[in-house]
Design a protein around this ligand. Sequence first.
Ligand code: 3PG
Length: 208
Amino acid sequence: MSIRSICQQVPVIPVLVVHDATLAQPLAQALVSGGLHVLEVTLRTSAALEVIRRMSEVPGSIVGAGTVLTPADVKAVKAAGASFAVSPGVTDSLLSAAEDEGLLLLPGAATVSEVMKLLERGYDTLKFFPAEAAGGVKMLKSIHGPLPDVRFCPTGGISVQTIREYLALPNVLCVGGSWLTPEDKVLAHDWAGIESIARFNCELVKVA
Ligand code: 3PG
């Protein structure tokens, strides 16, 4: 498995902020049932590592860790069973830690120079973050000319209104976003509602 092959499996990777580990399995199950089986659990809550552990047990899921910032984060998410890590940007020590641990990494980049540096180090599948704030669809179109081999998962400010524009680009494999799991639905344990949001987004991108 490579990070590119993971990104090729789904149109959207839900970016999850989960405060309560008891919600991990029903939430993951709802998303997987709705067609979105690649999940990113951000390290933004104290429950995140336990959420990664529990979600990873849901059949069919591929669970990664997001907001991975430091070598210590890399070690912790690997130990929790994450299949991959996502970082908003990179440092040399973060890249080295992921390489040393053998953990697949989707590293973040927002400028052409950052993309070139990552490409030089062997990373050709990147998170484009923060997508909307860093130039969105226009920026990705511009990058494709000089750097045609790089593929992106844009994340940050993307919504159901803009997903199709991103996925139509030749250098976009999938997008990431938090809009699939509205907080009110999660708090209400509205798993059927979340499954239907996931399914709706999958269907939407199939329509030409
Ligand atoms: C991320 O953590 O990757 C982004 O903050 C998610 O962005 P969104 O909330 O705008 O979808």
